[in-house]
Design a protein around this ligand. Structure first.
Ligand code: ADP
Ligand code: NA
Length: 340
């Protein structure tokens, strides 16, 4: 019944890094061949925690530039900014009235992000999952590529869709939508989960919130910065093992091998067949060359794009217009169903 459609969003918070690229943005690219894709810069999610307005605007353009530089085709598919399509907020309100407080109380990300001072967290941070459900269901998306950290939120999206379909079953049928209005959106699993760890500490994931800039490769780092960060990356004194089992309890080594494999698009075992027995100094040299070769052009293209904010804003404006057509159709139907 539903056309196969992918929705995914990236928050414009903090500099994008290699983890965001390998774990999320690069994986959006091949989906363009099989699905109708909608990629969104989710700025309304970003303000669930405090943001500096000027910095937020810069980051919105940077995430857009990253989408485009990575190879997302904004003509064939849709790239836009959440706040420009008011239907997201409208549908989120409907969903706030569908979702149960108990469902939100179970969300582990809220507990992590709110920390100890939960009374002082924003209502928006608490309601984040119903806005995410609205993002996805405004387009009646059938598939969402999700990392481990978003699986629980996608389950809540399905619960919201299911409860809406049940609660309004009669009105849905009367309005000519058959026995279900919203699809039960499926997670899209694309190979093994990709978790890129900090270059300074193999037990922490590479993150924009890490205070050390040497912990991550930013997408806009130039060749010199990429080389310096990889050369300074923490390792252990042993040479590389020749089999994957040899990476166990060597998190820094496993991470660098994983980054090499992901950048090259091969399995870790293949990397180890080539580099088993090598010292890290020589492996790091090869990793620098590969990272500069693969990430250099993307960083350069991002810089070219952000230097022309008028162009990026035009891309986002056109994307929002096209997104709005789909989302408005959904909202008009939802309002009829609800009785507005
Ligand atoms: P961060 O974790 O740096 O705050 P986000 O939570 O905004 O970044 O993540 C944006 C996307 O990038 C998500 O899909 C997330 O799963 C992915 N991502 C973030 N960090 C990593 C990482 N270290 N390894 C793999 N994927 C990551
Ligand atoms: Na995350």
């Amino acid at each position: 019944v539903f056309k196969e459609r992918v929705f995914s969003g990236v928050q414009p918070t903090g500099n994008l890094h290699l983890g965001n690229y390998l774990g999320a943005i690069s994986r959006f690219v091949p989906l363009q061949e099989r699905y109708d894709c909608i990629y969104c810069v989710v700025d309304m999610h970003a303000i669930t925690v405090p943001q500096d307005p000027k910095e937020l605007r810069r980051q919105i353009r940077e995430v857009t530039a990253a989408f485009l530089a990575a190879g997302i085709d904004a003509e064939r598919h849709i790239v836009f900014n959440q706040s420009q399509v008011a239907e997201h907020a409208e549908l989120a309100w409907i969903f706030n009235c569908i979702a149960r407080i108990g469902w939100l109380n179970r969300m582990t990300q809220f507990k992590e992000k709110a920390g100890k001072d939960r009374e002082n967290a924003s209502v928006g941070l608490y309601a984040y999952p119903t806005l995410m459900a609205a993002d996805i269901l405004a387009y009646r998306a059938t598939h969402v590529p999700v990392g481990e950290d978003q699986k629980q939120h996608l389950e809540l999206t399905r619960d919201v869709a299911q409860k809406f379909n049940n609660d309004y079953a009669a009105a849905i049928a009367e309005n000519g939508h058959g026995d279900a209005f919203f699809p039960l959106t499926e997670p899209l699993i694309q190979g093994p989960a990709m978790r890129i760890m900090s270059l300074r500490d193999g037990s922490k994931k590479m993150s924009k919130s890490d205070p050390s800039d040497y912990s991550r490769i930013n997408l806009t780092d130039d060749a010199d910065a990429i080389a310096q960060k990889i050369r300074k990356a923490k390792t252990d004194p042993e040479p590389l093992p020749s089999e994957e089992a040899g990476l166990q309890s060597r998190p820094e080594a496993a991470n660098l091998v994983g980054i090499f494999a992901a950048l090259k698009g091969v399995e870790k075992s293949q990397v180890l067949r080539e580099f088993g027995g090598a010292q890290f100094s020589s492996f790091k040299g090869a990793l620098v060359d590969l990272a500069v070769e693969k990430m250099g052009p993307i960083g350069a293209e991002m810089k070219r794009l952000v230097a022309d904010p008028g162009h990026i804003d035009a891309v986002l404006g056109k994307g929002a217009e096209r997104a709005r057509v789909i989302a408005r159709e959904t909202l008009d139907a939802v309002y009829d169903i609800v009785g507005f």
